[in-house]
Unconditional design. Structure first.
Length: 160
């Protein structure tokens, strides 16, 4: 396996692993262990931003390795490349358009736990949270599909 193959596969694997770890371990653990939902949300928001920036860097690295390896637009836009590009785009939208607005709402409310049930700010936060979860699920699904397709692609091109 060439260095470029390794970079592409490793970048995608690390990103997918970080996303899965955050979603399956960190987020549920924070809400199960920490004393308040506000603190748990703050921890998950902090971790999510780090995973987003890590993912964006890994996405760029994977796409750059793919472009250098395939050397054609068709190769770059083959299904594994499209999956990585989709992950990168969805992560960018999540971080810039959704997470930032959620953080501002959290500050405006002072406390999500203390916000009245009928609060329009709390309703908007809930709506954005659902969008955020959907985006993260889409990123992970694209990552799983992209990973499988990339492994298949690399195994077909490997010398016997």
């Amino acid at each position: 396996m060439s260095l470029l193959n390794t970079v592409e596969l490793l970048a995608l694997g690390l990103w997918l692993g970080a996303d899965l770890f955050l979603s399956l371990v960190v987020a549920p653990g924070a809400f199960a262990v920490l004393a308040s939902r506000d603190r748990a949300g703050a921890l998950v928001g902090f971790a999510l931003a780090r995973v987003h920036f890590l993912g964006l860097g890994l996405g760029v690295a994977a796409l750059a390795a793919r472009a250098a390896r395939t050397r054609t637009l068709a190769g770059l836009l083959a299904p594994p490349g499209l999956a990585i590009a989709l992950m990168t785009g969805l992560t960018l939208v999540s971080q810039l358009a959704v997470s930032g607005r959620m953080a501002r709402l959290r500050v405006q409310m002072g406390s999500i736990e203390g916000a009245p049930a009928g609060s329009p700010l709390l309703a908007e936060f809930g709506r954005l949270h659902r969008i955020s979860v959907g985006l993260e699920c889409a990123v992970m699904l694209a990552g799983l599909v992209g990973f499988v397709l990339l492994v298949r692609e690399l195994s077909r091109s490997a010398p016997a």
